[in-house]
Each structure stands twice: as C-alpha cells, then as structure tokens.
Design a protein around this ligand. Structure first.
Ligand SMILES: [Zn+2]
Ligand SMILES: [Zn+2]
Length: 438
C-alpha cells in the first residue's frame, strides 16, 4: 500500500546521505572520523595526529598521502568548523543518541498506530450510521407510501362513488326526459290522426249535410301528462358542490387515531386550579378552593390529569397553551405519587414537555433536552402509542415534530397538565383541551 517515495525510500535516502557524510568526514589514514582535523595546502584533510605520524614515518619531504603533492614544510591549518561538524556526527552516531532516536521514532510510530486504530473505529461507527440511516429511510419511505396509498384509496373510492352517483342521476333524468319525449310523440300522432280526420271532413263539407257534420264524433283534445319542467340549473348546482370541503371532511373522518375529546379530571386537580364549566379549560388561582379530599388529588404542584385514561392503542390530543409563559404537559403513569413533590421525569412516570422563562422549551427526559421549535407553539399535539411505548409531541400549528420519548411504560396512562403558577396575571391564561370538530 505504500506509495513511491514513501517512508521506506526516504529512510534509505537518509541512510545513504548519512553514510556519504561519514565518508566525507573520514580520515584517509586512520579510516575513522577525523580527530582534530587539519587541512593541508592541497585542501585535503586528515587527523592532526595521523598526518604528523605519516610525516614522521616518511624520510622524504612532507607530502599529501592522498594527492602526493609535496610541500616545502610541515604546515597545515586547523579547521574548527570541520572539527565542530565531526563532533556532531560522532555524537549522533553514539549508542545513547541512537537509542534516544529509536525510542522517539518508536513512540511516534506507536502514537500513529493507536490513532489509526481510533480512526478505523470512528470510520466503522460512521459507516454503521450510514447503514442505519439508509435502513430507516427505507422503512420510512415504505410507511409514507402506505399512508399515501391509503389516502389515495379513500380519494379514489370517493371519486368513483361521486361519479357513480352522478351517472345514476343522469340516467334517471334522461329516462324521465326520454319518457316525456315518447309521450309527446304519442300525443302528436294522435293529434295528427285527428287533424287528418277533421281536414277530411272539412273538405267534404260541400257535399255532406250539416246533419252529418253535427253527428261527426270529434274526440276531446289529447292530453299528455306534463311533468314539472326539468331544472338544469338545479342539476348543475347540486353536483358541483365544494368537493374539497366534502372530501376534506371524509378524509378527516379516516384519521387514525381520531382526536381524543379530553376533559380535565377535577378530582385529580390541585386545590388552586379552577375549571370551565365544560372541564376543557383550567387556570391557577393563588388561593385554594374548598375541594373534597381524594387520594387522586395532586397536593404539592398545580397539576391535573385528564378524565380519560388509556392502557392500549394510539391516542392523540391537542392542548392550547397560547401565550402562557410557563407550563408542563404530556403523559403521566396513573400510579404517580400525587401527594409528594417529585421531579417530572420518565423514572417517576412522567413524559412531559415544559416551557420556562417564556422561551425555553424542554423535554423532561433524563437529562433534560432543550428544544428549539421553529416558532413558539401555541397548540401542542400529544401522540401516545401504548403498543410502541412512545409519547410524541408536535407543534399542532404545522404538525412539526418536537420530541419523542421512547421506552415509555406504565400499566395505565393519563394525559397530564400543569398550568404552573399564574404569577399575578403574567401566566393566568388558561390551558385548554382542544376538541377537534371533524
Ligand atoms: Zn586519522
Ligand atoms: Zn592532497
């Protein structure tokens, strides 16, 4: 997998460069790195001791062992820059330095291998996400198609029914009108015969005696029963109704689950809560009302439950919160502790949404989840699915999804509401149960 010019090649190049540098810094006499290098006039370098030894051993005039140039005397120049460089190379090739370098490289390698492992794991996680996303998208695709197929089926059935009704009406009306034509034609042929007979008699008036004419049997005029005139305008009007309105209502009736027409259960309500006569609106008063004591009553928080409870199926309801500045609502297990002041969370049997400080929307999961709706919802839709174990919240204005609780579980579920304190008049607007008229 390594590309040309990868680490291996670079390593080799580095080593050969290193070697040639060593060679450059090697004394031709002792074949070791220079010690106290000196330069002769011919520009060749040797260790100071080596060149002196060489010259000592020679009886002739001093010369360069490399190029054989002869010199008038034993002269050389000390090369400080070169000796510094040689010292450096010597240090670098020391076992300690090599060991240090090796350790450093091994650490770097290990760190990269470890990082590679992490990247690989992250890549797998992302790939798993991709698979899961594709799978879920496919499932959602099928579900949406099925729902639309159902709607199309309803519309097609409606279309067929309306066209069949129109056809039937047309047939009836045509039969009636054709009947009219037939009867009129019958009358016309009777009239025609009468006309011919009368004309015949008239033409014979000259010859015939008046007596004959007198006795001529003239039938009374033929009568055709006329039906009330056909009202085309009415026919047109009665079949060009506002189809969208008609089918809109029928489509609404096909909605599943049908909206639950909830009412509040005053017996469960905190004594500070007051209700509209029809038990669909509730607000908080800062003084307790005289109420009968009940084990079902919330005593600590200004809570109330719905009078309707559920243990199976799917249920949908809508709650008007309007411009209230603070509220909680959702679903509670019927078994929740009403006498104690408890935190609203799934562990305590509450699956709720809440508004705080006018603009902060939270799902009271553990931990809380901050929601950022596209606009402040005035009406919250709650969908409880007892089979799936989910509670889902929507902005009922445009049915945009707000939050879904999963793994919701209880023996029996109650719609749950808390008006929160009215804070004088700030949050006094009632919470309302919307009854969707279909
Ligand atoms: Zn030497
Ligand atoms: Zn030389």
């Amino acid at each position: 997998m390594r590309e040309p010019g990868g680490p291996e090649r670079r390593g080799m190049a580095g080593r050969s460069q290193d070697r040639s540098l060593r060679e450059e810094l090697t004394c031709a006499i002792c074949c070791d790195l220079f010690r106290e290098p000196v330069m002769l006039d011919c520009m060749h370098h040797f260790c100071k001791a080596c060149i002196q030894g060489y010259w000592d051993s020679c009886t002739r005039v001093p010369s360069c062992p490399q190029c054989r140039r002869e010199f008038p005397g034993r002269s050389f120049r000390t090369h400080y820059l070169l000796s510094g460089l040689v010292e450096k190379v010597r240090r670098c090739s020391s076992p300690e330095h090599r060991h240090k370098m090796q350790k450093h490289l091994e650490d770097a390698l290990q760190a990269r291998q470890k990082e590679m492992e992490t990247f690989l794991q992250r890549k797998h996680a992302v790939q798993e996400d991709i698979c899961a996303l594709t799978k879920v998208s496919g499932e959602l695709n099928l579900k949406i198609q099925a729902e639309f197929a159902h709607l199309h089926q309803i519309l097609e059935e409606e279309e067929r029914a309306v066209l069949a009704e129109l056809g039937e009406k047309e047939e009836q009306s045509l039969a009636r009108l054709h009947g009219d034509v037939f009867r009129l034609e019958e009358g016309m042929s009777v009239l025609q015969r009468d006309i011919e007979r009368i004309e015949q008699t008239l033409s014979k008036m000259e010859e015939a005696s008046l007596l004959e004419v007198e006795s001529l049997d003239i039938r009374p005029l033929v009568r055709v029963e006329t039906q009330p005139a056909f009202n085309l305008q009415h026919y047109r009007d009665s079949h060009s109704g506002p189809l969208q309105y008609i089918f809109w209502r029928r489509m609404l009736r096909s909605i599943c689950p049908a909206p639950a027409p909830l009412t509040f259960d005053p017996e469960s309500a905190h004594p500070n809560l007051v209700f509209s006569r029809d038990l669909t609106a509730v607000t908080e008063r800062n003084r307790a009302q005289p109420v009968p004591s009940s084990p079902r009553r919330f005593l600590q928080c200004v809570n109330v439950l719905g009078a309707q409870t559920f243990d199976s199926g799917r249920h949908y309801w809508e709650v008007w919160v309007g411009r209230k500045t603070k509220w909680d609502l959702g679903v509670a297990a019927e078994s929740v502790d009403r006498a104690a002041k408890v935190k609203l969370c799934p562990e305590n049997g509450y699956w709720t949404l809440r508004l705080r400080n006018r603009t902060e929307y939270w799902a009271t999961a553990t931990p809380w989840v901050r929601l950022t709706p596209r606009r402040p919802p005035w009406k919250i839709g709650v969908l409880l699915d007892c089979q799936e174990g989910t509670v889902t919240f929507f902005d009922a204005g445009d049915m945009s999804h707000l939050f879904t609780f999963h793994q919701v579980s209880a023996e029996r579920y109650c719609p749950f509401f808390s008006t929160c304190f009215s804070d004088g008049r700030v949050n006094v607007e009632p919470m309302r149960l919307c009854h969707l008229a279909l």
